[in-house]
Design a protein around this ligand. Sequence first.
Ligand code: PMP
Length: 430
Amino acid sequence: MDHNQQLFERAQKVIPGGVNSPVRAFRAVGGTPRFVQRAQGAYFWDANGKKHIDYIGSWGPMILGHGHPAVLEAVQKAALDGFSFGAPTEREVELAEAILELVPSIDMVRLVSSGTEAGMSTIRLARGATGRKTIIKFEGCYHGHADALLVKAGSGLATFGNPTSAGVPPEVVQHTLVLEYNNVEQLEAAFAQHGADIACLMIEPIAGNMNFVRASVPFMKRCRELCTQHGALLAFDEVMTGFRVALGSAQSVYAQLIPGFEPDMTVMGKVIGGGMPLAAFGAKRAVMEHLAPLGGVYQAGTLSGNPVATACGLATLREIRKPGFFEALSARTQSLVAGLAAAANEAGVPFRGDSQGGMFGFFLLDHLPQNYAAVMKTDGPRFNRFFHGMLNRGVYFAPALYEAGFVSAAHTEADVAETVAAAKEVFASL
Ligand code: PMP
């Protein structure tokens, strides 16, 4: 009896698509989603009791692996003191201080409960602080499901976008300009035409919602220069990359490549909550002071700064700050990508992968795509066969070719070796 299938059938009767977030339904790859029973370290066990090596880790938050003892202890202790107060607590201050210490571009931070909320609030704050309406986003970047951000490119160069979701009136996205990622000419054309109206440019510096695509250094440099020149705010969506690709997040990676580089605003989530509903947005003091109760930009939340979530986030940050943490995580991730590449090579399957810190991506191609259109042109059916081959062998990669993957500190070299051995078999059968 397949308990995953049974649960999926039961779920579909009461939850749309049987899931509470669409990608979990396996629509892209087909087949039955695995219902998770429990997880520990680098593994989870599904409803059939089958063990999987988990390369999703809740889509990023579980950087220490599941059930890290120090995090568990912090959460249990916090829960005993109360679940939610709707009044300030010391841990919120502590977490804000920790974020500021690790991300120097931020002077002040506000805690919220999801990346969607953080992205949406960042846009409102950018508009409130600049008194402008237009926002720039890039095709293939995901910033949560706020109406103004559910937009795809229109036809033609540097056009205002069309909603990607039913229920979003075109009027709501009429101020959202959608550009191609890594396309400097389009970026320049957009600023030349609309520069004085642009409140902010929001970008995933290393995009993890179109597999794994880095913003090129010349492109990022131009984003920074044009924002500064036109008085627009450069907003980094680090919900996925924050405290995941480096201790200082993706902005520290670009600061090493572009001297003096800093974004104006940062959106964070995932790792800062360690698996609990917690996200944040931050910026320089002059921008953040536009936020209520100091300024006129409204933003609020019943569960914002939740005491159990902040305990989980703080305990997680404490672990990743330990000396050598990111060196070890990066090495393990690189070893995984190199192992997969070697396995593909042996089978004559084209393969190119990339990683930064504990985040990775790979394509069954001989090159790395640089934008969304190029990612979506890759061979979906072949990826799906790879995905299911790995899943059958107990290795859980993202169930769609346009998603990034995640390695945790709990993954061992033995887990990587097991993954690579499985990949050898699967590549040979592709
Ligand atoms: N921004 C990015 C870059 C993301 O990857 C995500 C979620 N995957 C979000 C925002 C939205 O976060 P949440 O799902 O917590 O609302």
